[in-house]
Design a protein around this ligand. Structure first.
Ligand SMILES: C[S@@+](CC[C@H](N)C(=O)[O-])C[C@H]1O[C@@H](n2cnc3c(N)ncnc32)[C@H](O)[C@@H]1O
Length: 247
């Protein structure tokens, strides 16, 4: 049973505040980058795993997707998504690990910042390959292995100067894959760290052809408005992958 931290009231309140107020990395960095990989969604049958409040699902139907199935383990996140219904989007509460579909059910599988919460990720990638038609695409973002490596080993993985400014990011225990438990709004948030090589090799082993990787910084306009975002250039927070279901 995966952790369902987004239904923790304190976590949810903190996360919701981050997404709707102030400077949010998903808005200034993550969504622009993943959308740049989704250039052809017209008439596609799409699965959005870890759809959260439905930001990506809504964007996909606006871009012409035939239909989108958004799945998420969190009731609270899905309640937010359902505040903004669309006739071509269906939302379902279920853990991604429990999903079952006939082979070839989708033309596109998208997952935005969910894979680092999934323990059995290789098995889920294998299922995603089977759910896709040959030539279909998997496009996802995940916390970067450089970001997840030292999570939970220190109260704050940033090395600071005497004024408290971020100097550099600690990369520690990179080769020790597995669970990382850290504080993010609340104690006890569970993520899974894997090296970049493991992640890419899993994709290859289950039948994907990796077509593009991104390790972006925030969009330049956001950096101009919020110079604090320039600090995001010191280490990659997120990794983006586009991979084709090999024929
Ligand atoms: C960082 S949020 C991203 C939400 C959305 N994709 C977005 O970009 O706005 C991660 C989402 O993944 C969901 N999630 C985490 N583990 C999951 C799992 N095992 N199965 C399904 N959803 C999961 C969480 O409930 C949360 O809504």
């Amino acid at each position: 049973m995966p952790q369902n931290i987004y239904d923790d009231p304190e976590f949810f309140a903190g996360y919701d505040r981050m997404r709707t107020h102030g400077i949010s990395l998903p808005e200034t960095l993550e969504q622009p980058a993943i959308r740049s990989l989704l250039t052809n969604v017209q008439n596609k049958r799409v699965l959005d795993m870890g759809c959260g409040a439905g930001v990506m699902s809504n964007w996909l139907v606006e871009q012409g997707a035939e239909n989108v199935l958004g799945v998420d383990v969190s009731i609270r996140m899905l309640e937010k998504a359902r505040e903004n219904p669309h006739p071509r989007i269906e939302y379902r509460q279920i853990a991604a690990e429990d999903l079952e579909f006939p082979d070839g059910s989708f033309d596109l599988v998208v997952s935005s910042l969910m894979f680092h919460y999934v323990e059995g990720l290789k098995s889920l990638l294998g299922k995603a390959r089977r759910w896709l038609t040959g030539g279909g695409m998997l496009v996802f973002s995940t916390e970067h292995p450089i970001f997840t490596a030292a999570q939970g080993l220190y109260p704050d993985p940033w090395i600071k100067d005497e004024d408290g400014n971020n100097l550099a990011w600690k990369v520690d225990s990179y080769a020790s894959e597995g669970q990382r438990v850290s504080r993010w709004f609340v104690d006890g948030v569970v993520r899974y760290h894997r090296t970049l090589a493991t992640l890419i090799n899993w994709l290859i082993e289950v039948g994907f052809r990796v077509t593009r990787l991104l390790e972006p910084h925030a969009v330049v306009e956001a950096e101009r408005q919020h110079p604090v975002l320039l600090g995001e250039r010191k280490r990659p927070a997120f990794l983006f992958v586009a991979a084709e279901a090999a024929l």
